[in-house]
Design a protein around this ligand. Structure first.
Ligand code: SAM
Length: 286
């Protein structure tokens, strides 16, 4: 089977199967071989790796992954793409096509079965409407992961990589950076997809930390505080945390904690580092 990563081959396959794009599944297929090669290059895949691909579409990137990796599992929600994938990937005996919603799958069990529980690499041109639940789901369900290399909306990539005091910094930056080191690799123009998305795209690589960079006694408590701090990001940290009923923290408790940390009592959440949020969560007992 010839490579699919160009407009004419893609159109040919779509026509043969009378495939209609489904907007609700975020279907924007890659049609640029140069971008596909770059994704493979920055994901550092070798034949020792097992790769999980989320949303293979018609199998364009899957072909490249199958040639570089030891094994690939490609999870696709759209039933009408399964017969297409069976044909476009017929030449590869190291690919498993799985018809499933990635958000409902037990990915840990898949990694256990396919890679004996060893860390897998995730590579995907993600459906943008569920970028955050997919990435946070991978981290929070403790899937054994080495890295995640994904195409996402450009603004989302910026938010994942942002640091304190910048406009893009928020709960997503802290959540991602608690688990992994993010690095935006390159931008991708809408013209590299069929159909063209209305937003710009970027490929970001998240390298999973072996150990989390900060120590916390209660992860859920820290993330609840982070969420409250950025839920009302224009307020001071004291106001946003004390006004979040679910937290049940008094202004006095926050003031005491900020004093111990030698931070100004007018500070906003957006100025705090991950380490400072971790410390704060441990100083304030609910
Ligand atoms: N990998 C292909 C490519 O680059 O040409 C397609 C990428 S397209 C942006 C996203 C793919 O994810 C689509 O094939 C879509 O059907 C699939 N998808 C959407 N939601 C999904 C879900 N919840 N679980 C698995 N696949 C999903």
């Amino acid at each position: 089977m010839a490579y699919l990563g160009n407009p004419s081959r893609t159109a040919e396959v779509l026509k043969k199967y009378q495939f209609h794009f489904q907007k609700r599944y975020g279907q924007n297929f890659l049609i640029d071989s140069h971008i596909l090669e770059k994704i493979i290059q920055v994901s550092h895949i070798t034949e020792k790796d097992f790769v999980l691909e989320i949303g293979p579409g018609i199998g364009t990137m899957t072909q490249y992954l199958a040639e570089s990796a030891g094994g690939v599992a490609a999870v696709e929600i759209d039933k009408s793409l399964i017969p297409i994938l069976e044909e476009t990937l017929a030449d590869y005996d190291n690919v498993t096509i799985i018809h499933e919603d990635i958000l409902k799958m037990d990915i840990r069990a898949l990694a256990e079965e396919k890679n004996n529980g060893r860390p897998v690499k995730v590579v995907a041109n993600l459906p943008y409407y569920i970028t955050t639940p997919i990435i946070m789901g991978l981290f929070e369900s403790h899937v054994p992961l080495e890295s995640i290399t994904v195409m996402v909306q450009k603004e989302v990539a910026d938010r994942m990589q942002a640091g304190p005091g910048t406009k893009d910094y928020g709960a997503l930056s802290l959540a991602v950076q608690y688990y992994a080191r993010p690095e935006v690799m390159f931008m991708v123009s809408p013209s590299c997809f069929m159909p063209r998305p209305t937003v710009g795209s970027a490929v970001i690589r998240l390298v999973r930390y072996q150990e989390n960079p900060v120590t916390v006694t209660d992860e859920a408590r820290m993330f609840a505080m982070i969420k409250a701090a950025f839920g009302q990001r224009r307020k001071t940290l004291i106001n946003s945390l004390s006004h979040a009923p679910a937290l049940g923290i008094s202004k006095g408790q926050i003031t005491d904690a900020l004093e111990k940390m030698q931070l100004d009592c007018n500070i906003r959440g957006e100025a705090l580092t991950l380490e400072q949020f971790a410390r704060l969560s441990m100083l304030i007992s609910f």
